[in-house]
Design a protein around this ligand. Structure first.
Ligand code: AMP
Length: 543
């Protein structure tokens, strides 16, 4: 027997319609690409989205077409997402930090018909355009006064396209399972893989991500959405914030410490979301200028592990709580969030509380997880035993775009590639990426734990640990460090710090300085070039 309730086939554009109807005066604030702050309401955002939807129809956009965006977080990028999805087309976010060859591969694999591009990236798309055979139009997200000269006829000005169009649009009917958006994982090996989200998966994810035990945001909140829309869907905030009617504050390209501090304080943001590297810049800026964060109450940190030193610094120096979260592109991306549960003993003091905050947290309804050994045996949830972390749920990938084979195992689990423990209260703790774990004499050493401990050293800016080949132990840790400006490496003092937390056999065999630690397009440490250079270091330099 089927239920007799109204259809659940929600087009994602209705999230913005809701924001316009019921939070119409709430502000969407952007630090623009052209320079200067821009403000509009959800009502205006909705009207302009309809104008863009009408323009896209005129450019021939049909249901299911893939439309790329290469843009910072601003009101125009937000409008673009909703207009594309409202038309039943697929919003494909392009990460501008990828190598050109990867971008060419991704655009051609997705067969993007149109790309909406910020002024910043016009030269990049110009340089690639003749290698993108499916590309019919490019829309430059700016006004006519900023349009570059001498662009081909199929390059359009965003504001000119909107000009004079109807502020309402006949949106496409969609089935909840229809595709809404596409994001490729940066993939450290092989070609990038596309994750194709649906309208319903994003709606469910937005409910989950904003819920109390997750980000806990509502209409009274002023949220700075730093995490880019081109990186794992801005962690669902581009959907979740209109859903709850929160004030949206977006940094555009201005993510340096000074700009961030100014925006957080001028807009009186009480909540913000970003990866650790961005928060480091903010903390450095505040320390060097003696700045403060009077309104900010909580920050979400995810994308890579939130270092304990950062969690402590936010709390002790700026009275800001850190909410540690974990997820991945394949999970829309939210997997776990670190909020204390009422059924567990409260931390005895600040030290225990910081230890707890370092864990990646608990699953909301919508995500199930398990840890298993290499033979797929389920492992105990004792907070000690670690194994491969598997997940499943309605906002988790089933198969990659264009693939015929499922990405799941025979029991419907997706292998995250992360190694983790789960404790008796359901708190998951990432030990390492499976491919980064250092296998030394049959024992495992967490490269992530060593890195996190090393960056607590005041002279260390960034650290990356790899398993270098060893004639006796297979692999031994080699720690590569990027020193803070003006500091020289004192390996002994780093080793002394590490020795407080690690057994002797877990300590690195070598600590070496590097000019800069390479980062991936999503701001994570890229160990591939480091492995290429240092894999044989211990063979070439036996102790
Ligand atoms: P991406 O799909 O680019 O967001 O990358 C997802 C991967 O980032 C995960 O599988 C983890 O390895 C890593 N990651 C994300 N959040 C965290 C976190 N809070 N702590 C540790 N690793 C994380």
């Amino acid at each position: 027997m089927r239920g007799l309730m109204q259809s659940s086939s929600i087009n994602l554009v209705s999230l913005l319609e809701h924001a316009s109807r019921w939070h119409g005066n709430q502000e969407v604030v952007s630090n623009t690409v052209e320079g200067g702050m821009h403000r509009q309401t959800y009502r205006e955002t909705w009207q302009r989205t309809a104008q863009l939807g009408n323009a896209l129809a005129e450019l021939g956009v049909k249901k299911g077409d893939r439309i790329g965006t290469m843009a910072w977080n601003t009101y125009r990028h937000l409008e673009s997402w909703f207009a594309i999805m409202g038309r039943g087309a697929v919003a494909h976010t392009l990460n501008p930090r990828l190598f050109p060859e990867q971008l060419i591969y991704i655009v051609n694999h997705a067969e993007d018909q149109i790309i909406l591009v910020d002024l910043t990236f016009v030269p990049l798309i110009q340089a690639l355009a003749d290698k993108l055979p499916t590309l019919k139009h490019v829309i430059v997200m700016t006004g006519p006064e900023h349009m570059p000269d001498d662009l081909p006829d199929n390059w359009h000005c965003y504001e000119s396209l909107l000009e004079g169009r109807a502020q309402s649009c006949e949106w496409e009917q969609v089935d909840g399972d229809d595709a809404s958006s596409l994001c490729y994982t940066s993939g450290t090996t092989g070609n990038p893989k596309g994750v194709l989200y649906s309208h319903i998966s994003n709606v469910l994810h937005a409910y989950g991500a904003t819920s109390k035990d997750a980000m806990n945001v509502g209409s009274a909140d002023r949220v700075m959405m730093v995490v880019p829309m081109f990186h794992a869907n801005s962690w669902g905030l581009a959907f979740g914030l209109p859903m709850v009617g929160a004030r949206m504050v977006m940094p555009g390209p201005h993510m340096d410490g000074a700009s961030m501090a100014a925006m957080l304080n001028d807009e009186r943001c009480n909540f913000a979301a970003a990866v650790p590297t961005v928060w480091s810049m903010l903390l450095d800026h505040l320390r060097s200028t003696g700045g403060s964060l009077p309104d900010l109450k909580e920050v979400v940190i995810g994308g890579s592990a939130a270092p304990r030193s950062m969690i402590e610094a936010f709390d002790k120096e700026f009275d800001v709580a850190v909410l540690h979260a974990w997820g991945m592109t394949e999970m829309s991306p939210l997997g776990t969030v670190n909020r204390v549960s009422g059924s567990m003993p409260l931390p005895a003091g600040p030290d225990e509380a910081y230890d707890l905050s370092c864990k990646q947290g608990r699953v909301p309804f919508g995500v199930d997880m398990e840890i298993v050994d290499d033979d797929h045996n389920t492992l105990p949830h004792d907070g000690q035993t670690f194994g491969r972390l598997l997940v499943r749920g309605p906002w988790i990938v089933e198969r990659y775009y264009g693939e015929t084979e499922s990405a799941l195992d025979e029991n419907g689990w997706f292998d995250t590639g992360d190694i983790a423990t789960i404790d008796e209260y359901g708190f998951m703790n990432i030990t390492d990426r499976a491919k980064d774990v250092i296998k030394s004499g049959g024992e495992w050493i967490s490269s992530a734990d060593l890195e996190n401990a090393a960056i607590a050293h005041p002279d260390v800016a960034l650290a990356a640990c790899i398993g270098a080949t060893h004639p006796k132990w297979d692999e031994r840790p080699v720690l590569l460090v990027q020193m803070a400006e003006g500091k020289n490496l004192d390996a002994g003092s780093i080793l002394t710090l590490l020795a407080e937390q690690f057994a002797r056999w877990q300590l690195p065999d070598a600590i070496l300085p590097v000019d800069s630690i390479p980062l991936t397009a999503t701001g994570k440490i890229d160990k591939k070039p480091l492995r290429a250079e240092y894999q044989n270091y211990l063979l070439d330099n036996p102790s």
